[in-house]
Design a protein around this ligand. Structure first.
Ligand SMILES: NC(=O)c1ccc[n+]([C@@H]2O[C@H](COP(=O)([O-])OP(=O)(O)OC[C@H]3O[C@@H](n4cnc5c(N)ncnc54)[C@H](OP(=O)(O)O)[C@@H]3O)[C@@H](O)[C@H]2O)c1
Length: 266
């Protein structure tokens, strides 16, 4: 039987990965500051601890979802970000290759600059912020470590959140006002994707032959700007949609960074 280890199992994606995969596989989840039973604490920047953990638990597949993924936090704490997003991922990739553990590295559409979106797996990466650059470097280290390792690129996520601010989608609900105008980006096209859909797709990928390494894009097919997401949320909350103002110019340092959803490909 496959034994799946999930890093970042206390995070937005990792929690759902853990709950989905445990129905079909033996699963070990690790977290850091929020780890509590059954999730085990493991600081991925402590390479000795990582080696000891792999030796002890002997997973056959490792889904590496832990990362610093908030672009502003990455810019403000570059050393910690590089240690977790690049160095820890590269170390895991090498250690997994040595032990014949199949690594699925969770990456992001932030590895692209958005100018030629949406993107196929074969597209050339060109990140525009530190977050994207660290994930690009980690991708390269993962793919160089073993042809059986995989890079899984995903877009902006929503799902079962601990707080609304945990997801870049649900945080929009906290910005809306019942009696005042709010402005929302109507320029960058996103493909908000539910964490369960990512989890089910990864479950299916894990069941495929282990020779299937490489780059995979997983995404929902529904394109929306944040302004359009705000419209949906305003309707649900009973707020007047007339109070929502669309912004036609980019509001972030990052360009739109969308990947091609599978069903819409030629
Ligand atoms: N969220 C999105 O919209 C989005 C979009 C595209 C790609 N992604 C990618 O998807 C993956 C999962 O993202 P997410 O949104 O689930 O992230 P998240 O909610 O921010 O969770 C981050 C996880 O990393 C863990 N972590 C932080 N520092 C650690 C360390 N030193 N050692 C071990 N673990 C550590 C955290 O543990 P504690 O909380 O216990 O400290 C947490 O489990 C990431 O690789 C991210 O780049 C996310």
């Amino acid at each position: 039987m496959q034994k799946i280890m999930i890093t970042g199992a206390t995070g937005l994606l990792g929690r759902t990965l853990y709950n989905t995969l445990k129905n079909e596989f033996a699963v070990i989840g690790t977290g850091f500051s929020r780890a509590k039973k059954p999730i085990l604490p493991l600081d991925l920047s402590d390479h000795q601890a990582v080696t000891a953990f792999l030796e002890c638990h002997k997973p056959t597949v490792l889904v590496h979802a832990a990362a610093e993924r908030k672009p502003d936090v990455c810019e403000n704490s570059p050393e910690q970000t590089i240690a977790l997003n690049v160095a820890a991922s590269a170390f895991l990739a090498t250690e997994c290759a040595k032990r014949h553990i199949r690594l699925l590295f969770v990456s992001t559409d932030y590895v692209f600059d958005g100018h030629d979106a949406p993107y196929l797996e074969s597209a050339v990466t060109n990140p525009v912020n530190l977050y994207g650059k660290t994930k690009q470097q980690a991708e390269q280290a993962v793919l160089a470590a073993s042809p059986l390792h995989s890079v899984i690129r995903i877009p902006v996520l929503y799902g079962d959140v601990a707080t609304l601010s945990e997801s870049a989608v649900t945080v929009i609900a906290t910005q809306l006002k019942a009696d005042a105008q709010t402005s929302h980006d109507n320029w960058a096209i996103r493909y908000p994707t539910h964490v369960e859909d990512i989890a089910f797709t990864l479950r299916d990928l894990i069941k495929q032959p282990s020779e299937l390494g490489g780059i995979f894009h997983i995404s929902d097919v529904q394109a929306m700007t944040k302004y359009q997401m705000a419209q949906v949320m305003a309707q649900i909350l009973g707020y007047p949609c007339e109070l929502l103002l669309p912004l036609g110019e980019p509001t972030q340092s990052a360009a739109p960074h969308t990947i091609v959803p599978w069903p819409t490909r030629d």
